[in-house]
Design a binder for this molecule. Structure first.
Ligand code: SF4
Ligand code: SF4
Length: 164
């Protein structure tokens, strides 16, 4: 969904958003039950844990080898050569919109689209370029999806920049 501003070549040399430190596990992508069951058959080594009311995410707890807070565990669907091995249909919405996120500042409060400022490729762009992409319709589509998939809504935290 962000192909207008994110090049495949940028991601091929990065993969930052497909590996997670322990303190970033709140960011792991969400799957619905049907997709999770399909992926369990296709990738028996992938493990899942429930999140929110109707979703599942990858369980990376067995992926750490040290106690270092800087250690990262890779998503089980990341291939070091090919990148993400999931089809467009299987790929989580979270991953399709990264580094955008749907966030809420307080319980029951309004939801909005925010930018996570940790994607090196998007960080190289003027913020106005990201903002105009979101405001030209993408933000509306993201918010519409989030209204019927509330589990993807994250709590506001430092590092987010509000867009729409
Ligand atoms: S952090 Fe950004 S540049 Fe890196 S792989 Fe993810 S989307 Fe691509
Ligand atoms: S599902 Fe694919 S894009 Fe998403 S974190 Fe895993 S490897 Fe990366």
């Amino acid at each position: 969904m962000l192909s207008k501003i994110l090049k495949k070549s940028d991601c091929a040399s990065c993969r930052f958003c497909c590996s997670f430190r322990r303190q970033s596990l709140w960011e792991t992508p969400l799957f619905d039950l049907e997709t999770k069951e399909r992926l369990e058959k296709k990738f028996p080594s992938a493990h899942f844990r429930p999140v929110g009311k109707n979703s599942f995410t990858v369980d990376l707890s067995g992926g750490y080898r040290t106690d270092s807070p800087d250690e990262e565990a890779a998503c089980p669907f990341l291939d070091s050569e090919k990148g993400c091995v999931l089809s467009a249909e299987e790929k989580p919405f979270d991953c399709k919109i990264w580094p955008l996120r749907v966030v809420r500042k307080s319980s029951g409060g309004k939801i909005f689209v925010a930018l996570t400022t940790t994607c090196p490729a998007v960080n190289r762009l003027p913020f106005s370029e990201v903002q105009s992409l979101v405001k030209s319709g993408l933000g509306g589509k993201i918010l519409s999806y989030a209204l019927s998939h509330q589990d993807i809504v994250k709590d506001w935290r430092g590092g987010f920049v509000e867009i729409e």
